[in-house]
Structure formats: structure tokens, C-alpha cells
Design a protein around this ligand. Structure first.
Ligand code: MTE
Ligand code: MO
Length: 508
């Protein structure tokens, strides 16, 4: 009985620890205990809530969490004791508790589908732990007397080892999970407390014709939630503004160290810039356009005084990513920024909060360091950043690209013509022409939407007098220097994909 109850307790610990650990990856609110607590608070009648607040004051939440844990311990002890006799009942008990966690998570306002994972994984791990713990207790006994004595010792040892391993793993998992969650909460609070100063140079007003508003066409401004995300971080780095410092050093006359407040007071500029990833395949979606607010990097480098020959700025993030950017690109007058905001709000943690780099015209892996904390002036001869160590090109300006967004594989001809539309980009050079051809025929000039600067992508549309049947559409862009996109297909590795995007469309 007692052994069974203790097994139940250990299984509950394993389940809880798993829940906390998974919640740390999902989001703080997804912790099963927090979700159940929240659901209980909402279900509490007002008089009881008022009583709790008057009785326990601000400690009322701690009392609630404590209460939930006590109930959980009692249930776990009972379930374990029962499970000794009826294993299925025990497992059903664990799964039922998991179901309570799932229901609580889903009942929360603004719940996300992913919020169910902590309880699901918790219940799964809890059941497995229970089965493993009960195995030595419920194995069929040896018939022979002497064997039985040996068998007993063996069982005890097996149970002890299993219990110790599960207990230790739960403790470590639970503590790590809580730690991560606390850090995440601190960063959420730190982000909420950021007061963005008004820019000293606002973004150029968007021309009216910047967005053609065609269905199926990528919008000019990418909503943050659909902005692509690329990084090597398993867990999003959690950096609070009060811990953040930027160090500028290496081949400089004067080292500089900045706090977040000092960065904000430097005079921020606001710019629309399209970011692209070198790994983007022809026609792919690893590109996004946002409005960034940040401090010009060039001013900072001038203040530090770049020594002759320092042709690379090696930037490092809190998670150890290293990115090498040509010093010349950062100081040639383009809007290279230490960005603190994206689309009017502080950077989301996954896009680099509190500070990231944004450099128009260079692929992200050589310019767009998120969670950046260190700028070292050095040389391409001396430093080999992360991706260059893996064979990617040390320097990688964005290659001119164009993409057909609509029509997709099947299209109806509602009018005489089908709108063929998409986006094209050649950041920091600009797009001067986009052409479309059908079935290898003559090229047709598309109509270009407006763009606020050469640093963003540009929408385009061509009205296609389509005929029924299957057709192949191809697109090519020409940059503002008059250089057309090459037809030669190349893989993203090592310096960016080339070739024309084509789609095969069946017209009904
Ligand atoms: N710290 C850090 N910064 C990083 C990366 C990374 O892996 N770690 N990836 C880079 C790459 S390859 C790209 S394309 C951009 C993507 O930025 P986004 O995730 O905000 O779209 O971030 C860049 N900055
Ligand atoms: Mo990238």
C-alpha cells in the first residue's frame, strides 16, 4: 500500500516536471499548474475570491498553487495505492489528471492549441513512470521459498533504483523548467516596460500604390506573426533589457559599451526593410518586409573610430552565434540598424529582443544578428564566423529574386484575364523591371507597384489573357542597374539561389 502510494507520488512528480519543462518551451501560461490555477480563479465565486484576498492578501496566488499541489499529492498517493492492485485504474487516474490539465489549458482566454502539450506529455511520462515503478512490485512471485527471498531483495533494489532515477530526473527537469519559465516571464515584463522613443527620422511615407491588394499576393508589409524565423536557437534566448549591454571593441580607437537606455537615447531611425534568408529556394517564403526602428550602426562605429584595415564587424549574440559583416556595408550610407522594434512594437523575443541588426541588401546570416551583444572590429582574414565555418560564402549580398504568388497550380478564369502577380526584390539596388512569359513565349512587362525605397521588395502584376489548358509561367526581374536575373539554376548553398521561378497552372 505505502509502496504503491509512493510510486504514485513519484509518477506525479515526473508528470509535473515534464509539464513544467514542456511549458518552458511552449509558453509560461501553458504550465499545467498555472493553467489549472487560472481556471480555478475564474470558476471561483466572488465571495470566495474576496475572502481569499482579504485572508491571504497578495499571497492568495501562492496559497492557491500550494492548494493545487496538496490536492495533487493526495490524488497521486491514492492513485498509486489503487494502482498496486489495479494497474489500469492507476494509469486511468494519471490520464484523467492529464485531461484536467488539457481542459484547463484550453479553457484559458486566448488559449493556443499548443498549450495542451505540457499536460499531454506530462500524462504520458507520468503513466510510463508509474508502469516502471509498479513493475517490481507486481511481478509474479517466485514459487520456491529460497528463490523468493533472493527475489525480494532483487525487487527492492530494482524499485529503489527506478525510484531514484525518476525522482532525480523529475527534480532536475522541474527546476530547469521553472527556471526557464521565470526567465521568460522576466523578459515578457521587460519587453512590456520598454518605452520606444519617437524616431528622429521617420520611415518614408508609404506611397499609395505600394500594395496592389490582390488576393493570393503577398502583402507589402509582412505581419509579424507570419514573418519567417530562422535561427539555430533550440530555446529562444531570453534577454532582459536591464541585463543587455553592447560592447564595441577590437580594431577601434575607443571601446564603447552601451546600455539599452543609452541605445534608445541615440536617436533612432525608422525604416522599411525586407529581410531575406540565403537558404530561400527560388519561389520560397524565407523573406519578409517589416518596419524597423533602430540606432544607426555607422554612427556608433564612427564614434568608436574604426582602425584602418578592419574590414569586418564580427557580431555575437547571447547564444554564441557569430556573424561577419563587411565594415564597408555598414558605413556606406545604407540604413544599417541596431533595431529595437519591429512593426511598431519592441522586437518579439524570437526576432531578437532586445536588440538585433538589420542591414539592407545582405542576407541574414551575414548581417541580421538577433540578441546581439558584441561588435568586434576585425578582418575577414582573421575571423571565420559560424556559417562561414560551414562553407557558406563569407560575403553574401542579396541576389535579385522574383516570385509568382498567384495563380497557383489551378486557376479559374473569372474574367477575360488572369492576374499573375508576386513580389521581386534586390535590396539596396532596387527593382526596375519584372517580366512574365507563358510557355516559353515572348516576355511581357509586368506593372510594378510603388516602393518606399530600394530596400524593400516590390509587388508586381501582369494581366494574362489566359487560354484554357495547362501553361507554364515564368518570371524574371531586372535590378535598378539594368542587370537581369540569371536563368542559371543554383542552389542556396553557398551564396544564395539563382534561377527563374516558374509555376505550372491549369486554367479552367
Ligand atoms: N543569434 C542569431 N541571429 C541570427 C541567426 C541565428 O541563427 N542566430 N540567423 C540569421 C539568419 S540565417 C537569418 S535569415 C535571420 C532571420 O531573422 P528572423 O528570424 O527575424 O526572420 O536572422 C539571422 N540572425
Ligand atoms: Mo538565413
Amino acid at each position: 500500500m505505502v509502496a504503491g502510494a509512493l510510486c504514485g507520488l513519484l509518477a506525479a512528480m515526473a508528470a509535473l516536471a515534464t509539464g513544467e519543462l514542456v511549458a518552458a518551451f511552449v509558453r509560461p501560461q501553458a504550465s499545467p499548474v498555472i493553467a489549472v490555477g487560472g481556471a480555478l480563479i475564474d470558476a471561483t465565486p466572488r465571495w470566495l475570491k474576496e475572502f481569499a484576498i482579504s485572508r491571504f492578501g497578495t499571497g492568495d496566488k501562492a496559497v492557491l498553487i500550494g492548494g493545487i499541489l496538496v490536492v495533487l499529492v493526495l490524488l497521486a498517493l491514492g492513485t498509486g495505492a489503487l494502482a498496486l492492485r489495479h494497474r489500469a485504474v492507476g494509469i486511468a487516474g494519471v490520464l484523467l489528471l492529464g485531461a484536467v490539465g488539457v481542459a484547463a489549458a484550453l479553457s484559458r482566454p486566448k488559449a493556443l492549441g499548443t498549450d495542451v502539450f505540457p499536460s499531454l506529455f506530462g500524462a504520458a511520462v507520468g503513466s510510463i513512470a508509474l508502469i516502471m515503478l509498479l513493475r517490481p512490485l507486481t511481478r509474479a512471485p517466485a514459487t520456491d521459498r529460497r528463490d523468493a527471498a533472493i527475489d525480494d531483495g532483487e525487487r527492492r533494489r530494482q524499485l529503489l533504483v527506478t525510484a531514484l532515477v525518476i525522482g532525480a530526473a523529475s527534480l532536475v527537469g522541474g527546476v530547469v523548467g521553472r527556471r526557464l519559465t521565470t526567465r521568460r516571464n522576466a523578459v515578457i515584463a521587460s519587453r512590456a516596460a520598454v518605452r520606444l522613443p519617437a524616431p528622429v527620422a521617420a520611415a518614408a511615407p508609404l506611397p499609395a500604390g505600394v500594395d496592389l491588394h490582390l488576393s493570393g499576393l503577398t502583402p507589402f508589409a509582412t505581419p509579424t506573426k507570419s514573418f519567417y524565423r530562422i535561427d539555430t536557437a533550440l530555446v529562444v534566448p531570453q534577454v532582459s533589457t536591464d541585463h543587455w549591454r553592447l560592447r564595441v571593441h577590437g580594431m577601434v580607437d575607443r571601446e564603447i559599451e552601451l546600455t539599452f537606455e543609452q541605445l534608445l537615447s541615440r536617436g533612432l531611425v525608422e525604416r522599411d526593410v525586407t529581410l531575406t534568408c540565403v537558404s530561400n529556394e527560388i519561389g520560397g517564403g524565407y523573406a519578409g518586409n517589416a518596419r524597423w526602428l533602430g540606432a544607426p550602426i555607422a554612427d556608433l562605429l564612427r564614434e568608436a573610430g574604426v582602425k584602418p584595415g578592419a574590414d569586418m564587424v564580427l557580431s555575437t549574440s547571447t547564444d554564441g552565434m557569430t556573424i561577419g559583416t563587411p565594415t564597408a556595408a555598414l558605413m556606406d550610407g545604407r540604413d544599417a540598424l541596431l533595431a529595437v522594434a519591429m512593426n511598431g512594437v519592441p522586437l518579439p523575443p524570437e526576432h531578437g529582443f532586445p536588440v538585433r541588426m538589420v542591414v539592407p541588401g545582405l542576407y541574414g546570416y551575414v548581417s541580421a544578428t538577433k540578441w546581439v551583444v558584441d561588435l568586434e572590429l576585425t578582418t575577414f582574414a582573421r575571423a571565420t564566423p559560424y556559417w562561414t565555418q560551414r562553407g557558406w560564402a563569407p560575403k553574401a549580398p542579396v541576389l535579385t529574386a522574383s516570385r509568382i504568388d498567384t495563380p497557383q497550380s489551378f486557376a479559374k478564369r473569372d474574367k477575360e484575364k488572369v492576374a499573375v502577380a508576386g513580389v521581386a526584390w534586390a535590396q539596396h539596388v532596387g527593382i526596375s523591371k519584372v517580366e512574365v512569359r507563358v510557355d516559353g513565349g515572348p516576355w511581357n512587362a509586368a506593372r510594378l507597384a510603388d516602393a518606399p525605397s530600394e530596400d524593400t521588395w516590390r509587388q508586381w502584376v501582369w494581366e494574362w489573357p489566359a487560354t484554357p489548358g495547362s501553361h507554364t509561367l515564368e518570371v524574371r526581374a531586372t535590378d535598378a542597374h539594368g542587370v537581369p536575373q540569371t536563368e542559371t539554376r543554383a542552389d542556396p548553398y553557398p551564396a544564395g539561389a539563382t534561377g527563374w521561378h516558374s509555376v505550372t497552372v491549369s486554367i479552367a
